[in-house]
Design a protein around this ligand. Sequence first.
Ligand code: SPV
Ligand code: MG
Length: 553
Amino acid sequence: MSVNAKPVSAGDDESLSKAARLKAMIQSPGLEFLMEAHDGLSAKIVEEAGFKGIWASGLSVSAALGVRDNNEASWTQVLDVLEFMTDASSIPILVDGDTGYGNFNNFRRVVRKMCQRDVAGVCIEDKLFPKTNSFIGEGQPLADIDEFTGKIKAGKDSQTDPDFCLVARIEALIAGWGLDEALRRAEAYHQAGADALLIHSKKAVADEVLAFKAEWGDRCPVVIVPTKYFDTPTDKFREAGISVVIWANHNLRASITAMRDVSRRILREETLAGIEGGIISVKDIFEITGDDELAEAEKRYLPSKGDQPRAILLAASRGSKLGDLTKDRPKCMIDVRGQPLLRRLVETFNEGGVRDITVVRGYKKDVINLPSIKTIDNDVFASTNEVASLACAADDIQEECLIAYGDILFRHYILDRIRAAPGDIVLAVDAMWEQRQSDDKDWVRDLVSCSQNFSTGYLDEEHASLTNIGPGLRGDEIQGEWIGLAKLTAEGSKMVRAKMEALRKDGGLQKASMVDLFAGMLEDGCDISVIYVTGHWLDVDNMADLAKAGEFL
Ligand code: SPV
Ligand code: MG
């Protein structure tokens, strides 16, 4: 690769690789800037500010990891940080590669790995491993020129990206060896194939750096780090023909200032009230880390919520026939062979592919705290009925929606059948209702009559409609018992929401039972379908039911 090749652009052509863009910046005739970053977040911030390239500072990366700038972080640990940085940003990164993390052989592997991670270039300094920061102490030993030129050649021969840049950093001025030694090394490193030279200085003025540039001329691009001579006007560097200025550690330093301020203030004030207005919001963090993109991707790659069946389980009532058992919990949370009843019901839905489950709570609501359910509260459960609870979850009555009492258990094939059944509103009806018996004088059952009787032949094919539901049915009208499970399609959901709205308007919502709701819909002329089942379910109202539930499992 020719060091003096004509610049492709000044580094902002996004069709080029990151390495090609860094190379273009380095070779451009104008002055370019690299801004320090030390992790994924700071890399994003540098890019967001408008910089065209990043300096991954060894000092800053080390300090951000809480270690010294003495190769205490291993090179693979640094590589992991670099991977976050390259992933987080789309601008090129020049890495501070210290002394190359060993001899030529270690450095070859470093270069290959950096190319794999889409790092655009590396800068190595002519000191010894383990390095010490250039601003510490005096007269640090320098690398032997021949050893260092061998390392440069090895690095250039190892890059797998043809545009990857190797910047050779000359420490001769800082080490006190003078301008001639700096120029001697510059020539050697240039001849070895370095894409640019970084001439470093720790003086408070830029004179030795500018003197170097004046002597060196334009034999290859020159990079500087004006950390110590920070008040030299930038135009001086421009006029001198400097290629790239590195602002080397200022994001790390600014973040330390900010973190100290906020930590001390919160410690002192024991409240967040004073600092909240002065720092970015959590929402801003979501924006920086690109949550919008994830939301879009979820729309593309996750099954849409609309396609997901939901279930609403009505579990607001106490179940007073169970006496002391429901003193401190609603009946849906009574233990049935080691698990709350509601948990078993939720599992049945989950096994049938229904995972979006909303439970309407009321009595002792805090006890209903199962994982993976949503809860909505009917806080006036004591003076209202089932439809008032259902109305609390009205927003969830969308698309395919199953509605069930929270105190029932049924075999999961019933769920499969009701979901597969045609009809916008479908009730599961037990044709064997007569076989269910109870000693309970106040036994309440949701008995129904249908357009046709159950017969084994109807089981899958024939379509039966609900013709009546409620307590007023004569014995000879009854064809079955609603088990407390209904399915609504998207259209059925709309119909139920509309009926609830009508009930709300005429004042009937608070006291309506589910049976009242369906009976009212029948009166309105709605078609409600029925699938017949033959047992395989139960509800839990009293102690005898509870014993049966244990056997059922
Ligand atoms: C770094 O940023 O780690 C550097 C530049 O090497 S300096 O600290 O100025 O030496
Ligand atoms: Mg460094």
